[in-house]
Design a protein around this ligand. Sequence first.
Ligand code: ZN
Length: 118
Amino acid sequence: MMFSDLSDDSSPRCPICNGEGPPAGRDSVCPGCQELLDWCRQHLAELLEVPPEAITLKADLEHDLGADSLDIVELVMEVEEYFDVQVPDEEALKQMRTLTDAVRYIQAQTRRQPASAR
Ligand SMILES: [Zn+2]
């Protein structure tokens, strides 16, 4: 969809939100994404009983990490509770293929429904 937009190799961008970095830290994402990334990774690690290091940005939750739809639904429930947003299970299942997708998806949801608006 948006992979072809203006990427400038001279200024590294966050691979998740495509915002100006500086990408720092272990995952080379911007600080805002890192926070959400850590949250997702930790919860996924607990749900899937895998070491957090195994959950890389591009690891496929289902094929690489053995997640099934119930695991994703459970993550979605935690996301809903923690971030105070509504996430349709079916939509989430379709969209959350990797950790990067999950973080992007949660960002989109929280942007769409600021907690104060409910
Ligand atoms: Zn970012």
